[in-house]
Design a protein around this ligand. Structure first.
Ligand SMILES: *Cc1c(COP(=O)(O)O)cnc(C)c1O
Length: 479
């Protein structure tokens, strides 16, 4: 890279860089840096000098271009700002994908957060039986609620649903066969594939049927002395249409009963409410799976349920008890803050109207186009009021998605804003938005940057206006 820079020139340039101590000297007494830990300040100074060193060694940079002395404190301030900023931080989700796995999946209800705060700041009866004054079970906090809501005999929670599937298979079928339809051998993303989880659990996969059609006789002819379990996996993140046949859960249960075999269903997304009642697509509920007689049902806490990341296992008492006693349970143990958040979320489900109103995931999924439209219009006005003739903003009737591998066929009509800035290609506009503070995550459609307000709470609109205004200023100063 620096092949064109002569060794003498190189020396000369580097000689003019300030030493770390000298740069730190400029920060001394400056109130901007008063609260910055010395180690951070030193690291920032090194980073600023290193960046300048790399720049100076680039052949296209002339040696005259050393930064003016006034620029150094400014650079130092920026570096300190970067280092002091939390790595995990808030962003504006303008994608319209409600359960956005990369952006944190579900948002917690305030009521759930209150439970987390109490459990975090105070001692609690996490594993303490207040009646008996002795050791208790950490699952007590959610077990009754889960049984009450789903109708199951017993319940257990682990770290996530991948863990729930793994520990259930390991407990019920290690070293033996699990019969699964070929159509159910799904990949969830992030390297969770049913055949691979099965292998990790030590259970042997016995595939039956075909991708699009599996019949009861396919399951039946696979049963034998080695069979431990019948498994059904809900197609939460895809759909097969056309010439298809699946065996309903109730029929699989009947088959299992006849052969004395348990039936497990991995629901994935897991919902307690029937979305078809809200004009959305029908998604099987946990209650329906329990009522159909599934012996074990597993699902996520942070997909359609709208709670914290967790894997929930409900089902028959003796099977749940066996899973609870599995040593893997210790490795997959749910953390107390998660448990508190889950309890807070589950309590809201005792009243469905309350759940839909107070659990953000449910509220956003059921938000109507009519209530989003005035917000879209108001935001368009605010952006137009920036008064920049290069910016055009129009309202487009597009669709939001559930995301998180849930309800793949669902299109939620949503009035979105489509923005274009003359002289700024959409992909550069989109990446500039990501560098805003807070970062704004949007998508591109037909050369316009799209803001879908379904996933943008009103308090985030200010950040969007400020972000767009900053980008317009930067474009102006570059032009
Ligand atoms: C999402 C999903 C999982 C994994 O759940 P996590 O909570 O993300 O670990 C497992 N099975 C199915 C069918 C899923 O949709």
């Amino acid at each position: 890279m620096d092949a064109d820079v002569s060794p003498e020139e190189r020396q000369e340039r580097l000689r003019r860089l300030p030493a770390v101590d000298r740069l730190l000297e400029t920060a001394r007494g400056n109130p901007d840096f008063a609260d910055v830990p010395p180690a951070v300040l030193t690291r920032a100074a090194r980073e600023v000098i290193d960046a300048e060193r790399r720049r100076l060694l680039r052949p296209e940079v002339s040696g005259e271009e050393l930064p003016a002395s006034a620029l150094w404190p400014q650079r130092l301030r920026e570096a300190v700002g970067r280092l002091m900023r939390p790595n995990l931080r808030r962003v504006v989700n303008a994608t319209g994908v409600v359960i956005h796995t990369n952006l944190g999946r579900s948002l917690l209800a305030e009521a759930a957060l209150a439970r987390v705060q109490e459990a975090a700041l105070h001692y609690s009866n996490l594993e303490y039986d207040l009646e008996g004054g002795k050791r208790g079970s950490r699952y007590t906090a959610v077990r009754d609620l889960l049984c009450e809501i789903t109708g199951a005999e017993d319940a257990l929670v682990v770290n996530n649903n991948a863990g729930a599937v793994l520990i259930s298979l390991e407990t019920l079928a290690r070293g033996r066969e699990v019969v699964v339809s070929r159509g159910d051998l799904v990949e969830i993303g992030g390297s969770f594939r049913i055949p691979e989880v099965m292998a990790k659990s030590g259970a042997r996969l016995r595939e039956v049927g075909t991708t699009n059609r599996t019949h009861r006789r396919d399951y039946e002819s696979a049963l034998g002395a080695e069979t431990a379990l019948l498994l059904k996996v809900h197609w939460s993140n895809y759909s097969i249409v056309g010439f298809t046949a699946q065996v309903p859960l109730a029929d699989l249960v009947a088959l299992g009963r006849r052969h004395g075999l348990p039936v497990m269903e991995d629901l994935g997304s897991g919902t307690f409410i029937d979305f078809s009642r809200y004009g959305l697509l029908k998604e099987p509920t946990v209650q329906e799976s329990v009522a159909a007689g599934a012996d074990i049902v597993t699902f996520s806490g942070d997909k359609l349920l709208g709670g914290p990341q967790a894997g929930i296992i409900v089902g028959r008492r003796e099977l749940i008890e066996a899973i609870r006693r599995n040593p893997l349970n210790r490795a997959l143990r749910i953390d107390k803050l998660t448990l508190a958040a889950l309890e807070g979320t589950l309590r809201l489900y005792r009243d469905e109207a309350e759940a839909v109103r107070r659990i953000p995931t449910l509220r956003l999924l059921t938000e109507r186009e009519e209530t989003l439209l005035p917000r879209a219009e108001a935001l368009r006005e605010r952006l137009a009021a920036l008064g920049d003739p290069r910016l055009t903003v129009e309202i487009r009737r597009l669709s939001s998605k559930a995301g998180g591998g849930s309800l793949p066929l669902l299109d939620l009509p949503s009035p979105c804003l489509g923005l274009r800035v003359q002289g700024l290609p959409a992909h550069r506009f989109e990446s500039a938005l990501r560098r805003s503070e807070p970062p704004i995550i949007a998508r591109i459609e037909e050369e316009a940057v799209i803001f879908d307000l379904r996933t943008v709470p009103p308090e985030d609109e200010e950040g969007i206006v400020a972000g767009v205004a900053r980008i317009l200023r930067e474009v102006a100063s570059c032009a």
